[in-house]
Design a protein around this ligand. Structure first.
Ligand code: NI
Length: 244
């Protein structure tokens, strides 16, 4: 029996990638450098390989607004983010587009604005039906601004979490099983929902980012924190981090 119980396999696989998945950001490398290594002539100009297609940098910027994700240790991740005061503005729409592009490129289940260096109380999350992960618990794709979360009872569940700001690692984190969350979308429309299970977990994880809290700070048993390949030597090869 691995340390990843069956129940959690589906949850983990949600955040996971098959072994042949190429991280689009990791694979964005100057093609010239790779070709020099292999002894071939460098191409004229610099192109970037994205899913096997070589694009000019300007073309890449046109199609995606993928941002660099800050990693644990960066001071911005420790700040308490500021509330959003103005809705439906070009700056807010641009921020949200950048966040969705970044989350999609990294195959994440959620993202908080401070993770891309914007210290504002904006989170996004969502897991749509994906034939690669038929057992995944679905989470509605949501923009949640100035969120407030309340636990509906005291019941907490432990499960594995990952974070795009703590790449390659997982930890066992207790979270409230059932919560109510409220906030606003990018147009200023109020959102109020009750969530449980994985949906509730993702919201709590993202909400924590807005107060400068990363999941390792929530771990009760530090023996349940480590590198994916070490924690899950069998699953780790085919199942990579689910992160948010
Ligand atoms: Ni995170």
């Amino acid at each position: 029996m691995s340390r990843l119980p069956a129940k959690r396999v589906s949850c983990s696989s949600l955040y996971s990638r098959p072994a042949d998945f190429r991280d689009p950001v990791a694979s964005i490398s100057p093609a010239g450098r790779e070709e020099k290594r292999s002894g071939e002539l460098a191409p004229i100009g610099e192109t970037f390989a994205v899913f096997g297609i070589h694009l000019q940098k300007s073309e890449l910027e046109l199609i995606m607004a993928v941002q660099k994700v800050l990693r644990m240790g960066h001071p911005t991740l420790l700040h308490v983010a500021e509330p959003v005061m103005a809705f439906d503005t070009p700056a807010l729409h641009s921020l949200i587009r950048n966040m969705f592009d970044t989350m999609a490129a990294l195959d994440g289940a959620g993202l908080a604005a401070p993770q891309i260096g914007v210290s504002r109380r904006v989170i996004i999350f969502g897991v749509e039906n994906n034939p690669r992960y038929p057992d995944a618990e679905l989470v509605p794709t949501t923009v949640l601004i100035n969120p407030v979360t309340t636990s509906l009872d005291e019941v907490m569940d432990d499960d594995w979490e990952g974070c795009l700001s703590v790449p390659g690692m997982r930890g066992m984190v207790p979270r409230y099983r059932r919560i109510r969350y409220t906030g606003f979308d990018q147009h200023g429309e109020r959102i109020e929902r009750i969530a449980e299970g994985f949906h509730a977990r993702v919201v709590q994880h993202e909400r924590d980012h807005l107060d400068g809290i990363l999941y390792p700070q929530r771990i009760k048993d530090m023996t349940q924190f480590g590198f994916i390949e070490e924690l899950f030597p069998e699953e780790g090869k085919k199942v990579l981090p689910l992160e948010s």
